[in-house]
Design a protein. Structure first.
Lengths: 453, 265
């Protein structure tokens, strides 16, 4: 007996029961479970990051080209006998020359430029060369002449929009193979383009008109811009902010601080929470029924869009405001009441300032949500409207038909031309810049107000 | 039983400031205060003692109608201050609370400067006509709360940046700044260390010169040290109410004796 025990003891040193130097089986299992869980977490985060990276990559890659635009610099002769037959520079007469009247001038300028650059090509006809330029080029000339009739009879330098195919070629979207099946431009044109690039007549520059400009018809993607839609979104957000912030905050303060706790307020509370989860298209059809069909507000107007989005944003603001009011410690309310402040004084002097960062964050998040919302706009006619005109003023900004940024993006994505597809991605970048800016403002405001202890 | 200097025991004034009669408090279905009668004298420190949940804080909060803020709380019976029923329909609780100041268990300064903390009450009650008067009120309140010397150089510093004991004295300064007639203190020292406690107790003793002070405390030593009158609450009943001296040396009721000797509670 004694032999057996003394022999086995030094051989394997079995752990003493209850020793903390050895992991028990239970502990081993527990630690393994924890390690597994951490691994799942890391995997989940990695997958999320991967998707985010893919999304950002796709957006940047597809959208960045929209921010540059190809222009052709041409010396265009503006002969008086074509543009002003009577020779008296009467604006009425000048206006009679339509944009088509300017096309021969452009064609002539092109022919001259091509031959001066020494480019050998089978395309000799100027009106054929004209395909390299946007159909908006004539309007560009006409606008210049109408604005300043003195240029008639001189030769002026113009930077004219290249057509979307030439633009696409410059960006690598279009090549000779794809043009073989394209009626808009032939591969021979590209030889001319190459020559003009060498001659310095074609170049690319930053596309401000894409940010500030208006939408264009389906055949002129090179001219389309977001500007008017941005204004539409701006006026909509103004309506949403002016309505939903005071209504939302007042409702939350009343519900949180003043309203008696009873079945009715419980009912309201449940409804607000449910409203936040209602699909946005439902708010859209509500807006259509109430604001357009019943109240006869104008269709496609940012005012109606703003009202509809207000309905959608209110629950978000109410919920976040109530949460931040709840987070203010009750001892502050007691303190204020204890020195003889009224309920309202305690709320407005003490509770509200402390809840402010949360309220502002909630409001801006709500606004950002509304800014990116497309579905309700479908139903009130802000999608599909071609926003070619800038509003004339503030009233017209609210009441005239307009589009909004996400609606404009949807509209472009719908159109067949691949140049519009590129614009849609570019539009998404603009929209994201706005959203990021709003979130940044939310963070800054929160910091700013929280600093005060 | 507790060593208390006898000179402290003399009750300076015998005018009744608060008279409560047949007070019942219900929280929903719970009967929290059962038929309490008590007469609280002016210029006296009255201590409410008793085990947790015995209703002493609840009763204290009846005296300035802080219980109004709790929806399910219902108060019956009469509480008169200077002969006026504070639960009369014509009484505005906000006006009442300006007259009956309160200091809470946990120091709860506003997240504002020391100056603004003290000046808040006088401002909302329109007690100062100009900045100079307000400055005077703030200074005198801070002096009465024995905080002036520590705070005078940093009146614009945040009140929440003070130490726990200083914060509680700031809350006392805030309460006395509105010139109340009665000061209610709900366990004012429970969150403080012994040194801060001693400072606050000293302060309470000085405040007695001008106010009727009612203090709820868990510490029997504290009750013995600062109060002239003591009320012992147990399970919502006012068991015994007498001179502090008498309660701690020769209690009438068996339950009081058990509590102060540590057998119950």
């Amino acid at each position: 007996m004694t032999d057996a025990t003394s022999a086995s003891a030094p051989a394997s040193q079995p752990p003493r029961i209850g020793s903390i130097l050895h992991e028990s089986d239970r502990t081993k299992r527990r630690n393994a479970a924890e390690r597994r869980f951490r691994l799942y977490g890391v995997i989940a985060i990695s997958i999320g990051m991967l998707f985010l990276a893919a999304l950002l990559f796709a957006i940047v890659r597809n959208g960045i080209p929209a921010f540059t635009q190809t222009y052709m610099t041409l010396q265009v002769e503006l002969p008086a006998d074509v543009l002003d037959e009577n020779g008296n520079r009467d604006p009425e007469d000048l206006r009679k020359v339509s944009t088509f009247g300017y096309n021969p001038l452009i064609a002539a300028a092109l022919e001259r430029t091509v031959s001066e650059a020494g480019i050998e090509t089978e395309i000799t006809d100027g009106s054929d060369l004209r395909d390299m330029l946007s159909s908006a080029a004539g309007a560009q000339l006409r606008d210049t002449v109408l604005a300043n009739p003195d240029v008639i009879g001189t030769t002026q330098e113009f930077r004219l929009l290249a057509s979307s195919r030439v633009d696409g070629y410059m960006k690598g979207r279009v090549d000779r193979e794809s043009l073989a099946r394209d009626p808009n431009l032939s591969p021979e044109h590209l030889d001319v383009v190459d020559g003009l690039v060498d001659a310095g007549a074609i170049n690319r520059s930053f596309n401000w008109p894409f940010i500030t400009g208006s939408d264009a018809s389906e055949s002129r993607p090179e001219q389309a811009g977001m500007g008017v839609a941005i204004l539409g979104s701006f006026f909509m957000m103004l309506v949403v902010l002016v309505l939903s912030l005071p209504i939302g905050v007042a409702a939350s303060i009343y519900l949180e601080e003043f309203a008696p706790q009873n079945k009715f307020t419980d009912f309201i509370e449940v409804n607000i929470s449910n409203l936040a989860a209602v699909p946005s298209i439902v708010f859209g059809i509500l807006g259509l029924a109430v604001f357009i069909q019943f109240a006869h507000l104008p269709q496609s107007a940012p005012l109606v869009g703003g009202l509809t989005l207000t309905l959608m944003t209110l629950p978000t603001i109410v919920i976040s405001t109530r949460a931040s009011l709840k987070a203010v410690p009750p001892s502050i309310r007691d303190a204020a009441l204890g020195v003889g402040a009224s309920k309202m004084q305690s709320v407005f002097h003490h509770v509200l300032p402390l809840a402010m960062p949360g309220i502002l964050t909630g409001t801006i998040i709500g606004l950002a949500q509304a800014l990116g919302e497309t579905a309700p706009l479908l139903l009130i006619g802000m999608v599909g409207y071609i926003a070619t005109n800038y509003p004339d003023g503030v009233a017209s900004g609210f009441l005239d038909p307009n589009s909004a940024m996400p609606a404009q993006i949807f509209e472009w994505a719908k159109r067949a031309d691949p140049a519009y597809y590129e614009r849609a991605w570019g539009g998404i970048i603009i929209l994201l810049v706005f959203l990021l800016t709003m979130n940044l403002i939310a963070i800054l405001l929160r910091r700013r107000f929280e600093r005060r202890w | 039983m507790y060593d208390v200097p006898n000179s402290e025991r003399t009750v300076t004034a015998t005018d009744t400031k608060i008279a409560a009669k047949g007070v019942q408090v219900y929280y929903g279905d719970t009967h929290a205060i059962k038929d309490v009668d008590v007469q609280i004298a002016d210029k006296t420190v009255t201590a409410f003692i008793g085990p947790s949940g015995c209703g002493k804080s609840t009763f204290l909060r009846c005296l300035n109608r802080m219980n109004d803020t709790i929806d399910i709380c219902r108060v019956e019976g009469d509480i008169h201050i200077d002969g006026e029923d504070i639960y009369d329909k014509r009484v505005d609780p906000v006006q009442l609370r300006a007259k009956v100041g309160m200091v809470f268990q946990k120091p709860n300064p506003f997240p504002k400067s020391i100056y603004d903390n003290v000046a808040y009450g006088p401002r909302i009650h329109g007690m100062a006509r100009n900045k100079a008067e307000l400055d005077d009120i703030v200074e005198s309140a801070l002096r009465r709360a024995a905080l002036w010397n520590e705070a005078k150089d940093r009146l614009q510093a945040p009140g929440t940046g003070l130490s726990g004991g200083q914060q509680q004295r700031l809350c006392i300064a805030r309460a006395v700044a509105t010139e109340p007639e009665i000061l209610l203190m709900d366990e004012p020292c429970s969150a403080l260390d012994p040194i801060a406690t001693a400072q606050v107790e000293e302060l309470i003793d000085e405040l007695r010169q001008n106010y009727a002070v009612v203090i709820v405390t868990h510490s029997m030593q504290q009750a013995a040290r600062v109060s002239q009158k003591t009320a012992f609450f147990h399970l919502g009943n006012l068991v015994e109410y007498d001179d502090t001296n008498k309660i701690f040396t020769n209690p009438t009721d068996k339950r009081t004796e058990s509590y102060i000797t540590g057998r119950i509670g």
